[in-house]
Ligand binder design. Structure first.
Ligand SMILES: NC(=O)c1ccc[n+]([C@@H]2O[C@H](COP(=O)([O-])OP(=O)(O)OC[C@H]3O[C@@H](n4cnc5c(N)ncnc54)[C@H](OP(=O)(O)O)[C@@H]3O)[C@@H](O)[C@H]2O)c1
Length: 279
């Protein structure tokens, strides 16, 4: 009896060697007993579309998209989910049975699941401050607003970008834009979606924005506490967490789209965290 070929999945990026997605999806596949492979594919900066087309022509089943191709993936998708349409980015591609190339973004729902389910932080009815107005923040605003927070304030160094996002998502809830300097009042949940932590920098947050009771979430993750988490803890905040769970949850959402089964994420978050700390 001939064996069935394994279904092929991959993450595409440039660079992509650092990606934790192959480890995460291998763990999901083992846990849910799926006959599949998942690899990392390096696409040339000017060759994304060719790599994607050839992957699907050769029978590939689904792709995750990482930096810097999420916008190109959005453009390439023939159909997009509503949340991907609004996010202006696609991190998950697959072909439907009719042969249509679908695009979705799972980052936002991944972050919300991590915040609410893994960390037990309530968003509903809370005052939420989100720092930054780049691709990551745009991708999480709709799922965040769907939790019905009291309000969301987007603060960004370049105010006009925050204003554009507030306008784009106004129909989903109470949302406003602010510069860092003019931020007023205390917030229950502060989410750092700037890339400042990548350089070990802090966004310029004025005093009085957080209290001991605030919850702090950094979308960035690292083996050590991020600069933003360290700053929050120095202000007396009891719960400051990083975005590793967001990474695993967005992967679980993609996996569920492709395979129709949702893996348990807790053990995989712990596995990836342990490997990161040991490295
Ligand atoms: N955990 C996950 O799964 C996950 C997924 C996606 C992204 N992320 C993280 O999210 C972060 C943002 O990614 P992105 O794709 O949105 O980047 P991006 O599109 O380049 O946007 C960067 C944002 O950071 C702001 N910024 C950069 N340096 C700053 C500084 N020193 N002080 C204040 N603001 C600063 C920028 O402000 P200006 O507009 O004024 O330039 C902009 O709003 C990164 O740390 C990334 O690792 C995590």
């Amino acid at each position: 009896m001939s064996e069935q070929p394994l279904d092929r999945y991959a993450v595409i990026g440039n660079p992509v060697g650092h990606s934790k997605s192959p480890t995460i999806h291998a763990a999901f596949a083992e846990q849910t007993v799926q006959a599949m492979t998942y690899e990392a594919l390096l696409a040339p900066l000017d060759g994304f579309k060719d790599v994607v087309s050839s992957f699907f022509q050769n029978g590939g089943k689904g792709l995750n998209i990482t930096v810097p191709f999420k916008l190109e993936a959005w453009q390439m998708a023939e159909r997009r989910t509503e949340r991907a349409e609004l996010a202006g980015a696609v991190n998950t591609l697959w072909r439907s049975d009719e042969g249509c190339l679908w695009g979705d973004t799972t980052d936002g729902v991944g972050m919300v699941t991590d915040i609410t389910s893994n960390h037990g932080i309530t968003i509903t009815g809370k005052r939420v401050l989100i720092l930054g107005a780049g691709g990551a923040v745009r991708g999480v605003l709709q799922p965040l607003l769907e939790q019905n927070p009291d309000r969301v304030v987007i603060a960004n160094r370049t105010l006009s970008k925050a204003e554009t996002l507030a306008d784009l998502f106004r129909s989903f809830g109470t949302i406003e834009a602010s510069s860092f300097e003019t931020l007023l009042g205390e917030f229950d949940l502060v989410i750092n979606g700037t890339s400042a932590s990548l350089q070990g920098d802090l966004p310029p947050i004025p005093e009085g924005v957080i209290s001991r009771d605030s919850r702090v979430y950094d979308m960035m993750y690292s083996a050590e506490k991020t600069a933003f988490m360290q700053w929050a803890e120095s202000q007396g905040v009891a719960l400051a967490v990083d975005g590793l769970g967001m990474l695993v949850e967005q992967a679980a959402e993609s996996f569920a789209i492709w395979r129709g089964v949702r893996p348990e994420t807790g053990p995989v978050i712990r596995q990836v965290r342990a490997a990161m700390v040991a490295a």
